[in-house]
Design a protein. Structure first.
Length: 136
């Protein structure tokens, strides 16, 4: 889905993720929904703060893959800014008095895997994150 690179666009992306997860059987108040929605919020906020190009939107793609043992939830957030690409090294936490700088640190702590890649077929980058849910 495509969203405007504004705080409203980031808020709508977060709400879409939470709603879609609820539709997929991960209720709003469940740990997977809350965790994945937080990851989505951080990635969307980064897309508008660090990936914004005037007149360009950011894109969100959600994927759910289920096997016998696990379900993998994946989010991909793509923007069109090529030159501002975060390092894939493990992010360090921001200092306590810093007003920003915690987004990718939170994503790295909450996700089972995450990565930054060049955007396929268009200028920019895609940041994706996955969480795995074990079936009982």
């Amino acid at each position: 889905m495509q969203f405007t690179s504004t705080p409203r666009g980031a808020r709508l992306a977060r709400r879409l993720v939470s709603h879609r997860l609820d539709e997929w059987g991960h209720p709003y108040d469940s740990t997977p929904n809350e965790t994945f929605t937080l990851i989505a919020a951080e990635l969307a906020a980064n897309a508008i703060r660090h990936g914004h190009v005037s007149g360009r939107d950011f894109h969100v793609r959600l994927i759910e893959c289920t096997s016998k043992a696990t379900t993998t939830l994946r989010i991909e957030v793509a923007d069109t800014r090529t030159e501002r690409c975060p390092s894939f090294e493990t992010p360090t936490p921001a200092d306590a008095d810093d007003e920003s700088g915690r987004g990718l640190f939170l994503v790295a702590q909450l996700a089972d895997r995450w990565c930054v890649e060049p955007r396929a077929g268009a200028p920019g980058k895609s940041v994706w994150a996955e969480i795995k849910l074990n079936h009982r």
